[in-house]
Design a binder for this molecule. Structure first.
Ligand SMILES: Nc1ncnc2c1ncn2[C@@H]1O[C@H](COP(=O)(O)OP(=O)(O)OP(=O)(O)O)[C@@H](O)[C@H]1O
Ligand SMILES: [Mg+2]
Length: 376
């Protein structure tokens, strides 16, 4: 359990709407023999009810650790050291999940019932020793009904809805007997079997071929409409973001630097890091000869503490004496968007009058992925 953070500690300005989850100033450290890695260093974002929030950012910026922290499943030697994770699930009073014991019954009832998780590697979630049917029915028996026959019927129903062929045969099939795409669907069925309020999807289709990926994304969207669930979708693929997400949160070095509706983020990215990301991906219709830009500089080492804004050493617009000294807060840029940057806010939080020019719209191709700059 983690103490509540004081409201003054750099929390996000909440957008005025109904969020199923609000993560505020979340901090996660890995205490290794070589030093402390601040994997998540004050992450704040919210997921609107029934909507999909994409989470993007370079490898190692803390996307997966954030998802695991919401489930209170951060692996050793990781420790959640601060922040709040407020869940507003149906049939449940709003609660800061970090007040729950990670190993207690309250947290166990949140996992699966209110928050489901799917991963890039389905065997992280599936138990090789039990049949698919057994695993799905077990969760349903825990959260939805005490009648085993009803649980089996519900398990069969969800296997059918995720588009698996011969679902009744699958009830008695073991995970290793399935192809990669089928295993991924079985894992999605498992995560959705209790109709969670929120699904955490951590690169769930990255390892799949394009056709299977498209089918699985369709299934997720259909089930989202049926159940009315919200999705936090971690991906490197901006094509998938454009296709799946209502909003996007951009992470850099353990923090969210910008959150905005997807169209707005592609049309007029506000944070210099988001702008650089947009310029580093292929654009539909762009001249073939043009080279993709690489974000200048490199990500600081795991144990390096950067003073001021974490992006300032690589930022083309950094303001000396400010960005390298003070840390910007994530503040409202308008009614729908948040940004953490002194180009948009004065240190006292008031809006900055002069704005920086924005690049043209980015049309992500379906294969575009975020370029990771070379370590130099
Ligand atoms: N077991 C661990 N021990 C030490 N550091 C860790 C451990 N697990 C994660 N980290 C650190 O936490 C940081 C965030 O990792 P995380 O897996 O969340 O990145 P990510 O954004 O999901 O990256 P990717 O896009 O590659 O999946 C990384 O810098 C990583 O080095
Ligand atoms: Mg990850």
């Amino acid at each position: 359990m983690v103490a509540m953070t004081s409201p003054a500690a750099g929390t996000a300005a909440d957008l005025d709407r109904d969020n199923v989850i609000d993560v505020r100033n979340l901090q996660v450290e890995f205490r290794t023999s070589l030093g402390v890695v601040r994997a998540v260093n004050g992450v704040s974002f919210g997921v609107a009810r029934g909507k999909t929030l994409g989470i993007v950012g370079e490898s190692g910026c803390g996307k997966s650790v954030t998802a695991f922290a919401i489930m209170q499943l951060v692996a050793n030697p990781g420790v959640i050291t601060g922040g709040e994770i407020v869940l507003r699930a149906r049939e449940k009073a709003p609660v800061n999940l970090l007040t729950y014991d990670p190993n207690g019954d309250d947290m166990r009832s949140v996992r699966g019932r209110h928050v489901g998780m799917i991963f890039q590697e389905p065997m992280t979630a599936l138990n090789p020793c039990y049949t698919i049917g057994n695993q799905i029915a077990e969760g349903i028996l825990l959260h939805r009904t005490s009648d085993p026959a009803k649980a089996d019927a519900m398990a069969l129903d969800i296997l059918t809805r995720v588009g698996l062929p011969s679902p009744s045969r699958l009830m008695t099939t073991y995970p290793h007997q399935l192809s990669g795409g089928m295993r991924q669907r079985a894992m999605i069925a498992l995560a959705l079997s209790c109709e969670p309020d929120l699904l955490l999807a951590d690169e769930p289709t990255t390892a799949l071929d394009v056709t299977t990926q498209a089918q699985i994304l369709d299934v997720m969207r259909e089930l989202q409409d049926d159940i009315g669930m919200s999705i936090m979708f971690v991906t490197h693929n901006l094509g998938v973001v454009a296709q799946m997400c209502d909003e996007v949160a951009v992470m850099y070095l353990g923090r969210v630097v910008e959150q905005a509706p997807v169209e707005e983020l592609f049309d007029s990215p506000r944070h210099p890091y988001t702008r650089a990301l947009m310029r580093s991906i292929p654009q539909l219709g762009a001249a073939r000869k043009g080279r993709l830009e690489v974000i200048q500089g490199s990500v600081p080492g795991q144990f390096t503490k950067v003073p001021g804004c974490a992006f300032h050493p690589r930022c083309p617009d950094m303001i000396p004496g400010l960005c390298d000294v003070q840390s910007p807060r994530l503040l409202a840029a308008n009614d729908d968007a948040l940004v953490s940057c002194f180009l948009h806010h004065e240190p006292d939080g008031s809006a900055r009058v002069s704005d920086v020019p924005t690049p043209g719209r980015v049309s992500p191709s379906s294969s575009s992925a975020i370029a990771t700059p070379p370590a130099s």
